[in-house]
Write a protein that binds this ligand. Structure first.
Ligand code: HXC
Ligand code: NAP
Length: 266
């Protein structure tokens, strides 16, 4: 039997997407998937080199694409980028707030600015992206997506900054879903588990021994792929999920169930 496509090829034809942090890793894969599905895309991240390379790559996939070097912590820059996106491609159908910062550090080894940096990138940055996009959204029907993490609900040592920031992202998503639902705007998040070949997992489990232990703690005993997250992002933002809002979609190999390695040895 020939392999089946994982999604309808023109699912995003004519749709306009604004995507923060979509120049590497998981979010780049999401951007590629949306480009293949027919969307026009505007990507932002801090590095102009990464933005240029991403725009070139997305155009190579046949998509209309543009972007700008923007730090999501600067609201005025985010506001300008969202307006540039709408001016170039029209009202915005899908918004991704995907950027994040992470490092392993004990709370006592972290300056106040280190903690604040991660909260500002992950939480304040996501608010900026969603807040700035609202007036440019194609309403009703627009769909907003944040990328959270299991740390939002599973406390973890050396991750106080990330746990606090991502817990905030979850509540931002749920509160906005209630506030903007009456305008026909859906707001959801995906919570990826450990995803192979990403900066996040290089930082958290770069050591093969730690990586092996990490896998033992997962119900599925393996890391996920960037494709797993891109497929979920395509579904949850598409019309196929038109009654889904305020959801934290756990695509995580079961990490949110708890530590599977501490269960009875079955
Ligand atoms: C303690 C640290 C530190 C570390 C940085 N800082 N690294 N403190 N231990 N390892 C401190 C700095 O000393 C500084 O504080 C403050 O943090 C800000 O650092 P800057 O380098 O000035 O900030 P900035 O340029 O804004 O960089 C942000 C960053 C950086 C988060 C620190 O790592 C970054 O840009 N990361 C983006 C990419 C990334 O992290 N990707 C992974 C996402 S994965 P002082 O007091 O000295 O000024 C993820 C979840 C994975 O989020 C979940 C897996 C299940
Ligand atoms: P990544 O490759 O480091 O991606 C982070 C992206 O955000 C990059 O495009 C980066 O580009 C951008 N960025 C960082 N700080 C920014 C800022 N201040 N302003 C604008 N853009 C900024 O990381 P990843 O591992 O793929 O993670 C992607 C997302 O998935 C994150 O939200 C992360 O928390 C989440 N997640 C990842 C995993 C995992 O297993 N990797 C698990 C759970 C959740 P620039 O450097 O150019 O700014």
């Amino acid at each position: 039997m020939s392999p089946q496509p994982t999604f309808q090829p023109d699912l995003m034809a004519g749709k306009v997407c604004f995507m923060s942090g979509a120049t590497s890793g998981i979010n780049l894969q999401i951007a590629e998937r949306f480009a293949e599905a027919g969307a026009a895309l505007f990507v932002i991240s801090r590095s102009s080199d990464k933005v240029e390379a991403t725009v070139e790559e997305l155009r190579g996939l046949g998509a209309k694409a543009d972007g700008a070097a923007v730090d999501v912590r600067d609201y005025s820059l985010v506001e300008k980028a969202v307006a540039d996106c709408a001016n170039a491609f029209g009202p915005i159908d899908m918004v991704l707030a995907g950027q994040a910062g992470n490092f392993l550090a004990p709370a006592i080894g972290m300056s106040a600015n280190a903690f604040k940096s991660v909260v500002d990138i992950d939480l304040l940055g996501s608010f900026h992206v969603f807040r700035a996009s609202f007036t440019h959204l194609n309403r009703p029907g627009a769909s907003l997506l944040a990328i959270t993490a299991p740390q939002a609900t599973n406390p973890m040592p050396y991750q106080t900054h990330v746990c606090a920031a991502k817990a905030g992202v979850n509540m931002l998503v749920k509160s906005l879903a209630m506030e903007w639902g009456p305008s026909g705007v859906r707001v959801n998040a995906i919570s990826p588990g450990p995803i192979d070949d990403t900066e996040g997992m290089r930082r958290l489990a770069g050591d093969p021994e730690i990586a092996a232990k990490y896998k033992q703690a997962l119900a599925l005993r393996r890391w996920g792929s960037k494709d797993n997250i891109a497929d979920a992002a395509l579904w949850v933002t598409s019309e196929a999920a038109s009654y889904v809002t305020g959801t934290i979609l756990e695509i995580d190999g079961g990490i949110s169930l708890g530590d599977a390695s501490s269960a009875l040895p079955i």
